[in-house]
Design a protein around this ligand. Structure first.
Ligand SMILES: [Zn+2]
Length: 460
């Protein structure tokens, strides 16, 4: 397991130590960190959330560093500022010391009213540092509430870190950080040698543990808890059996109140699945989760443990793989764990939506614009294509393909990577070339997939 992490994840993994002080009432973060053991990248940036005010950066000797700051946020999610340390040399414009110390403070709006009467023009999103009066929610990938190294040339962000830190929150009763079980109290010492994206959720809310899964502030009945726990276990077991790579820790569901009314979205930050929503958008809004679209949504999110966490994707084409494969795997969970009619209905729905536009073949995509509609391309068209290939090559070769997609070393997860993994999995150049011609290189790919799938239990 660890081997999979180190060979496909981050080459050398930053180690972050320090102290964090949070106030729910004030909406503040006071952070003091030391970061070391990171790769010395020539063309780097340090991302830190744009609401954090820097008091100092220091080097390994404790000397303050002059710094350059850009508000551009080169990663494109717009939550953070970029920092770097300039040099006096003419041909080297920045340097990265072997150790960095940070001290900064941030203050954020505390938005208490998320009901219909609340501020309808307010907003909420994954990378928001969200204070709602009784809890705080901050992801790692986008919010960058802790310092994150970014390799510009490789477009690689080091949001996953090993860590050892003390978190104090005088008005919290529970503190949770990815990698450790939720801790009750106003102080938490958290430590992980396994790299994590530091999703943080702290405040005053109940914690329930059911069948090896944690639920934070979920507000679920006993029957709903059981249904969620079973749904999680079904998908986990299916993936573990196929990939032969076990899940690292218990899955934790977080139900968070948004900082804006009528907001509902979910995201995964392993091992946490976060649902942000109020009322009908909350987890408790699903009376029978196992017989709802949530079954597929959660199977999709759990697939991101493999495609999205162990294997991280880059280039615009990464979306076809990360989302297309997660959706493809979720459909496989449905096919295996649910009644045939549910799978068939879901697949027919996918095909119908994929038919609403003419796709540029995967091999000819040059930029995100070529998707025409990203949602339809990566969540609808791509999984249908992958299902048709699965039908042609069978389950065992498909798992071998998934294994190659998960573990084959590559710098770029582009189209060439997709084709190479299929070829390696099949060990038959003629066959993989024929499949590529039929599904990756022609504008008739969708029609070919529908024809292939129609020969099975599905009749579109
Ligand atoms: Zn996804």
């Amino acid at each position: 397991m660890l081997a999979a992490f180190t060979c496909n994840g981050q080459d050398s993994i930053p180690y972050l130590t320090g102290k964090v002080k949070i106030s729910l009432a004030q909406g503040t973060f006071d952070c003091e960190f030391t970061m070391k053991d990171y790769p010395i990248i020539p063309d780097y940036l340090i991302r830190i959330n744009s609401g954090m005010n820097i008091f100092w950066f220091k080097n390994e000797k404790g000397y303050r560093l002059l710094y350059d700051k850009s508000t551009a946020d080169s990663t494109g999610t717009f939550e953070s500022c970029d920092y770097s340390f300039p040099t006096d040399y003419r041909d080297v414009d920045k340097f990265l010391p072997p150790e960095l110390q940070f001290r900064y403070t941030g203050k954020y709006p505390v938005v208490r009213d998320t009901t219909e009467s609340g501020d309808v023009e307010a907003n909420d999103w994954r990378g928001n540092i969200a204070f709602n009066g009784y809890s705080v929610r901050a992801d790692g990938l986008q919010s960058a509430w802790y310092p994150e190294l970014y390799d510009i040339k490789k477009k690689k962000q080091y949001e996953r870190v090993r860590y050892d830190m003390d978190i104090d929150c005088a008005d919290c009763r529970v503190i949770y950080v990815n990698g450790v079980a939720p801790i009750k109290g106003t102080h938490a010492h958290v430590h992980s040698e396994v790299p994590r994206e530091l999703f943080l959720f702290a405040g005053n809310f109940p914690v329930v543990s059911s069948e090896g899964t944690y639920f934070l502030d979920a507000g679920l009945s006993a029957a709903q808890l059981h249904a969620f726990a079973k749904m999680t276990a079904d998908a986990k077991h299916f993936y573990e059996a196929g990939f032969k790579v076990p899940f690292m820790d218990p899955i934790t569901y977080v139900q968070a109140n948004p900082t804006a009314p009528r907001y509902g979205f979910s995201f995964v930050s392993f091992p946490t699945i976060v649902n942000v929503g109020f009322g009908e958008y909350a987890l408790s809004g699903f009376h029978d989760p196992a017989n709802s679209p949530l079954y597929e949504v959660m199977s999709h999110e759990l697939a991101h443990y493999y495609f999205g966490t162990i294997r991280q994707f880059n280039t615009f084409f990464g979306a076809v793989l990360q989302e297309g494969l997660a959706e493809f795997l979720a459909l496989n969970v449905l096919k295996n764990e649910q009644a045939d009619t549910i799978y068939e209905k879901t697949l027919l729905g996918k095909i119908k939506d994929a038919q609403t536009f003419q796709q540029i073949p995967m091999s000819r995509l040059n930029s995100e614009k070529d998707f025409w509609n990203r949602e339809l391309y990566v969540y609808y068209f791509a999984p249908v294509i992958f299902l048709a290939i699965q039908k042609e090559i069978g389950d065992s070769a498909t798992w071998e393909w998934m294994h190659q997609l998960l573990t084959m070393p590559t710098q770029w997860t582009d189209y060439a990577f997709l084709e190479t993994t299929l070829q390696k999995a099949l060990g038959d150049k003629a066959k993989s070339t024929a499949l590529a011609a039929k599904y990756f290189e022609t504008p008739d790919a969708l029609q070919n997939a529908i024809k292939e799938l129609a020969g099975g239990p599905v009749h579109p």
